[in-house]
Design a protein around this ligand. Structure first.
Ligand code: GDP
Length: 353
């Protein structure tokens, strides 16, 4: 695996117009499980799904991928939409490092597609566009989970022409929105051009290509942003506050830097003074229990970024989604000041968006 780097897994978010396939795409990615026991299976986190580089290699049929890329995989936030994107911040920027903008290939751009692009422009977040539902083109000949080029070759000339035309229209709409783009396999410089990947979230076609383009984007754009201190104090963003039977109020968070341990003192931003508390338990989904038991979660002693985890601790009732959270291993007052500063940054950048 990848010991040569200390780059964390990039965090990926999905945006786009309602019904264009955000949920189906995330479900498809989540469903991409390899038989348990095999290397590189998907890991289900709290609020997120991790696709490791080994699995991406396998899907792309390129066993050498892990040597080409120094990013260990991709962490997809399970909640789609631009609310999730704009409300989840890291130090004033977006929590998501990369975004997939999904467009129904048969409908083209709709109001929320344009809104998503405006938001991404403001945040300067690298993104890829997927032209979804290509299987709906009349006469489509599907091959489950096939890479784009393989399935494209299997289509009639008529279907190829329709697909090319629809992709061309999306490129035109992107141009009007202020972005140069091209079908992803014709893009030579992803810093200058947005890649458009034709996919079907239903059949899985084109998804290997999408994963590959995301890896490339992460590598190219984000090397410096993704370097982190795996042993430093944990830093994250609250996804959600949830009441859990037997545990009381818990928080689901995405940790994007450092390490969080059971017993750590944590400081969480709130509308008043930051909340200081201690991690009672760190919980991960207990997906081993096929038989429905009461144990939805299993405890772990520590987690390292990037990851999604549930925290059980006292005094979490008033925490708000989107709040920053930091572990305080040394001077707690200093960390309280840092969290206050971070809240200010988030407020300022929210006012500006
Ligand atoms: P969301 O609102 O963006 O999350 O969209 P959904 O994922 O809920 O999809 C809306 C509808 O489109 C659902 O009925 C999906 O089954 C369907 N859908 C999504 N992706 C595809 C696709 O690639 N092909 C086909 N044929 N249907 C799709």
């Amino acid at each position: 695996m990848n010991e040569k780097s200390n780059l964390r897994t990039p965090i990926v978010s999905v945006m786009g117009h309602v019904d264009h396939g955000k949920t189906t795409l995330l479900d498809k990615i989540r469903g991409t499980t390899i038989t348990s026991g095999e290397a590189g299976a998907i890991t289900q986190h709290i609020g997120a799904t991790e696709v490791p580089i080994d699995l991406i290699s396998k899907k792309c049929g390129d066993s050498n991928l892990a040597n080409k890329f120094i990013v260990p995989g991709l962490l997809f936030i399970d909640t789609p939409g631009h609310h999730a994107f704009t409300s989840l911040r890291s130090r004033g920027g977006a929590l998501a490092d990369l975004v997939i903008v999904i467009v129904d290939i048969n409908e083209g751009f709709m109001p929320q597609t344009k809104e998503s692009l405006e938001i991404l422009k403001r945040f300067k977040t690298p993104f890829v566009v997927v032209a979804n539902k290509m299987d709906r083109i009349h006469g489509w000949n599907p091959t489950q989970d096939a890479p784009f080029s393989a399935t494209y070759q299997n289509q009639s000339q008529r279907v190829k022409d329709i697909l090319d035309q629809k992709v061309y229209e999306i490129v035109g709409e992107l141009y009007e929105a202020g972005f140069n783009s091209n079908r992803y396999d014709r893009v030579t410089d992803f810093q200058r051009n947005i890649g458009v990947v034709p996919i079907s979230a239903s059949t899985g076609e084109g998804i290997p290509d999408l994963l590959m383009v995301l890896m490339g984007l992460a590598q190219k754009f984000l090397e410096s942003d993704l370097s982190y201190d795996a042993d430093g104090p944990g830093v994250g963003t609250v996804l959600e506050v949830k009441e859990e039977k037997g545990l009381g109020a818990t928080i689901d968070l995405i940790l994007y830097d450092g390490k969080l341990r059971k017993g750590d003192t944590i400081v969480i931003g709130s509308s008043g003074e930051p909340i200081k508390t201690k991690v009672r338990a760190l919980l991960k989904p207990n997906y081993l229990s096929e038989i429905r038991t009461e144990d939805k979660f299993r405890q772990v002693n520590e987690v390292t970024a990037a990851t999604g985890v549930k925290v059980s601790a006292p005094d979490l009732e008033n925490v708000l989604a989107g709040s920053p959270i930091r572990a305080a291993t040394g001077d707690v007052d200093r960390v309280v000041d840092e969290v206050k500063k971070e809240l200010e940054d988030i407020k300022i950048s929210t006012e500006n968006t």
